[in-house]
Design a protein. Structure first.
Length: 487
């Protein structure tokens, strides 16, 4: 299996500029404005007026960059547009239609059809479903039509109105502009102060070393992350092997992901034990490479042990050289089988004490085909079979005798294009199973925990110090202990 090339790593970062909602909004708006004025670009006066009007519009760009409007908050974005129309400022219908047309071309045809066909082999007819997903998606990515369109339309209208006043030599209504922006700023602040209330609570203090028990230790930890596996869809899928692991191990039924629930953020949080405000990874778009705190890999090195993570290219942005990458440019039906073959190779050749494997086909199916369709359940079923095959291979190789196994998802997925980040009901809680000789059999833990407990729990099992900023407590309820062996 090919590792991700340098080109793929750079391309993944570039794609995140268009995939993540924050950078997409200004990039798309500027591009649309330039296309609308394509016939004027040879004029010096055009660039002067274009630049000045952009500077005047810049506070709106910054406001929409800072504040997301996911889930039901996006409904409130139409209120500023109504206010704009009531004021009576000019609204260029042609520019608006161009913006809407380009948006649906980008999301439905370029992204939902061409991109997914070339990258993972979806049908050329994927647009016949993808348009429904774009309209339903509630997360703050570029594929959230109900958030992106009102943002873009207001920016274009305001910018074009300012430009037209400059181009015709008219006086700018500075007081009205300041009043409009001030009102929008207050309106946005109030919305996010009083209605944006669904973020998970964080652990305020750093984790304390758990009391040492001999029974908790294992020689190896294997973590298999089924990226984007939505909890209730997992429960509906046909997963006989994972069901057997639940029956023979411990299930955490209220395991919560972190905010925002983006893949690089989640992996960074799971394996540092802390949150984005501390480890520095706040989205899939990583502006400054590398986490700011210690990871579980650093902790293991302190005690002479080794950890490896097998994942997609953009996890390198966070975890650096501790990641073995695989290319994500392959047919989605081949992705997980190929990943698990490489996992066997790494396990055999490197024999790490901690091995983390990211399976991506379920997530990619949710993004390209939606989570409420049979294809998504089929990918979960396939993941179950592949995990069973990998565990059986580990047994045959003699590597499961004293191994603790974690099976989980990094986040769920929402309706629409399988968005994840801002925690609607399909994203927040994830499947989480622990299995091994030191783990309770048939136990179901209903206490709410966070995925940030992963790092301290792994460190506890492998006898390593906690990562420097680990906040998640050890998942002690999973361990099977005997009073007479207490140290």
């Amino acid at each position: 299996m090919k590792s991700a090339s340098k080109f793929e790593k750079v391309a993944a970062r570039c794609w995140n500029l268009l995939n993540e909602g924050k950078p997409f909004t200004p990039i798309f708006t500027v591009g649309t404005m330039l296309l609308f004025h394509i016939g004027d670009v040879a004029s010096l006066s055009f660039w002067l007026n274009f630049t000045i009007s952009l500077a005047i519009t810049l506070p709106l760009f910054i406001l929409f960059f800072v504040y997301d409007f996911p889930l039901f908050l996006r409904n409130y974005l139409w209120i500023p547009i109504v206010a704009y129309l009531i004021i009576g400022w000019d609204w260029n219908l042609g520019l608006s239609l161009l913006g809407v047309g380009l948006y649906f071309f980008f999301t439905i045809l370029f992204w939902g059809t061409l991109y997914y066909h070339l990258r993972i082999g979806t049908s050329w007819l994927n647009f016949t479903r993808f348009w429904k997903l774009v309209l339903k998606n509630s997360d703050s990515t570029s594929g959230n039509a109900q958030e992106q369109l009102p943002k873009v339309l207001l920016l274009l209208a305001y910018w074009q109105y300012t430009y037209s006043l400059l181009a015709t030599g008219q006086q700018l209504p500075i007081v009205q502009f300041l009043s409009f922006f001030g009102g929008l700023l207050v309106f946005t602040f109030i919305l996010h102060r009083y209605l944006f209330d669904w973020k998970p609570k964080v652990y305020e203090e750093y984790a304390k070393e758990a009391e040492e028990w001999k029974e908790d230790r294992a020689d190896r930890v294997v973590v298999i992350v089924v990226d984007g596996m939505r909890k209730e869809r997992f429960q509906e899928a046909e997963t006989p092997f994972l069901d057997s692991l639940k029956a023979e191990g411990t299930e955490f039924s209220n395991m919560e992901t972190v905010y925002p629930a983006r893949t690089v953020v989640c992996f960074s949080s799971m394996f540092t034990g802390t949150y984005p405000f501390e480890h520095g990874i706040t989205s899939n778009m990583v502006w400054k490479l590398g986490i700011k705190v210690e990871s579980i890999f650093d902790s293991l090195r302190k005690v002479g042990k080794k950890g490896r993570l097998l994942g997609v290219a953009h996890l390198v942005d966070s975890m650096g050289s501790d990641v073995d990458t695989f290319t994500a440019v392959m047919h989605n039906d081949k992705a997980d089988p190929t990943i698990m073959r490489k996992a066997k190779h790494i396990m055999k050749e490197q024999d790490p004490d901690l091995f983390i494997v990211q399976m991506i086909a379920t997530d990619q199916t949710g993004h390209s085909r939606g989570v409420l369709y049979d294809e998504y359940l089929q990918k979960i079923k396939e993941a179950d079979s592949l995990i069973e095959d990998f565990v059986q291979w580990m047994k045959e190789e003699g590597k499961m005798e004293n191994t603790t196994l974690f099976i989980c998802a990094d986040h769920g997925q929402a309706d629409g294009i399988g968005g994840h980040g801002h925690l609607d009901e399909g994203e927040r809680f994830v499947p989480f199973i622990m299995h091994g000789p030191n783990i309770h059999k048939g136990r179901k833990i209903e206490t709410k925990y966070s995925l940030v407990s992963m790092a301290s729990t792994i460190a506890h099992i492998l006898g390593a110090p906690f990562p420097s900023h680990a906040r998640g407590p050890v998942l002690e309820e999973a361990f099977r202990r005997k009073e007479e062996h207490r140290e």
